[in-house]
Design a protein around this ligand. Structure first.
Ligand code: HT7
Ligand code: ZN
Length: 851
């Protein structure tokens, strides 16, 4: 398939200011009638995108028209400048396993149109710069589909013959087709309302299956909090009289921001203490806020083309990160965000699928809903926020929304608004939109004791990435502080240094004692810092830095350095890490949630990323050695923490949640210590658990043991939650992530389990997706992990290409491994590429992965 190029953008030849859609809904045979008012905007025939559609009829201005298909496009030569085009098609939602367009899920009918799903429903210029006003009529059997929802305001409904009924919806805001949505089904609703700053009452509804109604309270609370937050922090008020959320079980992504009718993966709506962990609670709140914030950053101002995807996604992730930081511990939130970036985006940026946050080409746009577009995109916005400051950033955001409201904009429009409102020159900063790759910044600090001066030398390298062999240095804000090694205090106020080129020197005067460098505080730039700070310096910062993120970072770096040394030598000195962890556990000034993050070891995969050639077995050995030593040497500390944190109980407040988290980490270390009572302690916690968090933590701890308690707990968990798909996902995932040598056997067995449903993306991610990021299991020297994944990609591609394509990247990292593994991974990619009838989604990922 030919790639689509950003450079080829051309404005649409026809606009569609109005569309009326009528759906006669039936799972086997849905008839769709579209009445498009089309207006000429350039030269050429009307070209309407379709995907798997056949027109039953095409009329122009009430008369049967001459039309032709050009590939998937329906082409009509229109003589004048304005016409009414009426098209009828018939589609089969129950046969739609791709979950794009109109599909059936657990008895519901629902849609997913971003990015190019609308063309599977109706012929249309399916591109985000064609904005139409939608009038929608839904007709369906009343008993089977009593609830009929679409975008905008509900304007009418009524009864029809033969037990059928209809509902009419009007969305007054012009929108691109990717924001169209409908839902039909037997749903119950949690209703509430929100009064906006200007006094408008908005009716809120969260629609779920009747038995899930009791699990919607948290999402509703999050929604109202997000609505108030967006008014207070960004001055953005909601604009319709209705805001509905619907939960569906089969969904390719987290959720979708359709105007006034968000459709969610049920995993990001439903939460109660018995079935959802504290982490799940946070994820629900974040995703609800994210989709809500899109109402402005995405819907009121949308993207001109899909190359601009980060315009809405990067900005909206940044906004949801700010929101979540405001709801609890900002430091812990920042730690979590950076952990995600390092786990998901850094490997992408360093591999064959690396792309800039504004890509230059794609074969299948669904492959570009990546950690780069979302998470690195958010980091780029965050850097602008840091450079401009809160007030100027807000002025820039106001200007951006004012200038572009109701239109389809570009990343350049966003940067220009920031520049114009602040007077800040962002000329070279734009490189962040063009260049892929994670910059490496080398930092060296020299101290001239007699002169009382310290000199910081910074050197930046942006690595080559596919199609971009030569890179320019990129401007970045680095928050920096110096601490006195003797006094333990900050020697100068924190500074934000703008690293503007490849090299830079900064002189600090009046330094009376040897300084220790704290750099990239708060992770002010999404880069890798290389410094020659000693274990002693890092341990010192882990105890004294007054920026919690930097303190966490120092501990992590100390652990990474120790583990990398141990991978190489097999006998690294573990004492500094053990002492630093002990000191952190004993510091009463630290909140438990922070301590829990600080004492956790980096992921094995992250350690692999630090090595020139990944040796998974050596990493596993070093990781197990340090984890075991931390457990055993600090066993009394862990037991003390474990007992002390029990006071958090089952409280859902932040303090209780933090204590639960630290208690879970302590349990993990007790089990890792090899203490004889470890499995029994975990089993006891499992049985006494009053929350899913405690139950899941105990299960995770047991998963790494070979014990009778482990088998009993997994069996009990499955029996207890056999009817709850979201919780069964945890059962699959916990086993797939288990750091054990036999995980590959377990995963192969689970793939034959009757609950392993290939049509459900959550289930696929829980087993196959989780397994593929479990470095020690996936990279089993036999190569069985690679073959398992390859077989899965082939099988899933026939059902759901988008989900299959997302499973390919772990195989694409072949060049990072030893020759034997690399060859087996490549062979697997080639084998899958040789499969007949591959989707273009999987084709693109495979061909790029092979380089
Ligand atoms: N904007 C939404 C993206 C999305 C999506 C993309 C491809 C395939 C299915 C999808 N479902 C939702 C989600 C978001 O970023 O908010
Ligand atoms: Zn989004």
């Amino acid at each position: 398939p030919a790639p689509v190029l950003r450079a080829d953008y051309a404005p649409p030849v026809w606009q569609v200011p109005e569309i009326a859609l009528e759906f006669d809904l039936d799972p086997a045979r849905t008839q769709v009638t579209g009445r498009l008012s089309v207006v000429r905007a350039g030269d050429g025939p009307l070209r309407l995108d379709g995907d798997g559609l056949t027109a039953d009829s095409v009329m122009v201005d009430g008369v049967a028209a001459d039309w032709a298909m050009d590939g998937d496009q329906l082409v009509v030569d229109l003589p004048g400048n304005a016409h009414l085009v009426e098209i009828r098609v018939t589609i089969a939602p129950e046969a739609n396993t791709q979950l794009m367009g109109l599909y059936a899920s657990d008895g519901l009918l629902c849609t997913q149109c971003e990015a190019e799903g609308f063309r599977r429903i109706m012929f249309f210029p399916d591109r985000p710069d064609v904005l139409a006003r939608y009038a929608v009529r839904l007709v369906a059997d009343r008993a089977r589909y009593p609830v009929l929802l679409s975008n905008g305001d509900h304007v009418d409904s009524g009864t029809l013959p033969d037990g059928r009924h209809y509902a009419d919806w009007r969305d007054p805001f012009p929108k691109p087709s990717y924001l169209f949505a409908l839902v039909a089904g037997d749903l119950a609703v949690n209703r509430d309302s929100f009064v906006t700053g200007s006094g408008k009452v908005v009716e809120l509804g969260i629609w779920v299956r009747e038995h899930d109604l009791g699990r919607t309270g948290h999402a509703m609370h999050a929604l109202k909090t997000a609505m108030a937050w967006d008014e207070r922090v960004y001055g953005r008020e909601y604009d319709l009289g209705v805001f509905n959320i619907v939960a569906v079980s089969d969904f390719n992504f987290g959720a979708m921001e359709n105007k006034g009718l968000n459709i969610f993966n049920s995993r990001y709506v439903l939460a109660d203490p018995d079935t959802a962990t504290d982490q799940d609670y946070d994820a629900v709140a974040t995703v609800v806020a994210h989709e809500y914030f899109h109402n402005w950053s995405g819907n009121r101002v949308t993207c001109r083309d899909w190359f601009q995807l980060s315009l809405k996604e990067g900005f909206t992730v940044f906004r949801d990160q700010q929101y979540s930081a405001d709801q609890g511990s900002a430091a812990v939130k920042r730690i979590e965000d950076v952990r995600v970036l390092r786990a998901a985006q850094f490997p992408e940026d360093g591999g064959p699928l690396a792309h800039p946050i504004r890509p230059d080409s794609y074969i299948e746009i669904s492959n570009f809903y990546t950690a780069t577009i979302y998470n690195k995109g958010a980091e780029v916005i965050r850097m602008m926020h840091t450079m401009l400051g809160e007030a100027a950033f807000r002025a820039g955001s106001d200007l951006y929304f004012d200038r572009h409201d109701g239109t389809a904009a570009t990343c350049e429009d966003f940067v220009a608004a920031m520049e114009d409102a602040s007077g800040h020159d962002l000329g070279l900063f734009r490189l962040w939109y063009r260049q892929a790759g994670t910059p490496r910044v080398h930092a060296a600090l020299d101290f001239d004791a007699p002169g009382g001066r310290a000199r910081l030398r910074l050197q930046q390298v942006v690595p080559a990435t596919p199609g971009q062999p030569d890179k320019q240095a990129m401007p970045m804000p680095l928050r920096i502080a110096l601490f006195g090694e003797v006094s333990g205090t900050k020697l100068l106020p924190e500074q934000t240094v703008m690293l503007d080129g490849a090299h830079q020197e900064i002189l600090f005067e009046g330094i009376g004692e040897r300084p220790v460098l704290s750099i990239n505080r708060g992770f002010s730039a999404p880069v890798t810092i290389e410094s020659d700070r000693s274990a002693a310096d890092l341990a010192f910062l882990s105890a004294h830095d007054d920026d919690p993120f930097a303190r966490y970072e120092a501990m992590q770096q100390l652990m990474v350095d120790t583990l990398v040394d141990d991978v190489a030598t097999g006998n690294a000195d573990l004492a500094p890490v053990i002492a630093a962890v002990k000191a952190t556990l004993a510091d009463p000034a630290l909140e438990p949630a922070f301590v829990a993050e600080a004492v956790l070891l980096p992921f094995e995969a992250y350690l692999g990323d630090q090595m020139p050639v990944v040796d998974p077995q050596a990493v596993t050995r070093a990781w197990d050695r340090l984890r075991g030593a931390l457990g055993a040497e600090l066993i009394a500390d862990w037991r003390g923490v474990y007992a002390g944190m029990a006071a958090g109980g089952n409280s859902l407040e932040a303090a209780g949640r933090g204590m639960r988290r630290l208690r879970g980490v302590a349990l993990g270390y007790i089990v890792a210590s090899g203490a004889a009572d470890g499995p029994a302690l975990a089993k006891a916690q499992y049985e006494a658990a009053g929350t899913m968090t405690d139950r899941q933590t105990a299960l995770t701890a047991l998963a790494m043991t070979a014990s009778a308690e482990r088998d009993a707990a997994f069996a009990a968990f499955h029996a207890r939650y056999a009817d709850n798909a979201l919780v069964l996902d945890k059962w699959f995932q916990t086993q797939a992530l288990a750091p054990r040598s036999d995980t590959i056997d377990v995963v192969e067995r689970l793939a034959r389990h009757p609950d392993f449903v290939m049509t459900n993306p959550n289930r696929l991610r829980s087993l196959v997706g989780a397994f593929a990021v479990n470095q020690r299991a996936f990279h089993d020297p036999s190569g069985r992990g690679y073959r398992f994944l390859g077989d899965m990609v082939v099988a899933i591609d026939r059902i759901n290409p988008q989900t299959a394509a997302k499973l390919v990247p772990p195989l694409g990292r072949w060049s990072r491994f030893d020759a034997a593994r690399g060859a087996m991974m490549r062979a697997e990619l080639e084998r899958v590429l040789g499969t007949e009838g591959l989707s273009k989604d999987v084709f693109e990922q495979l061909s790029k992965s092979l380089g």
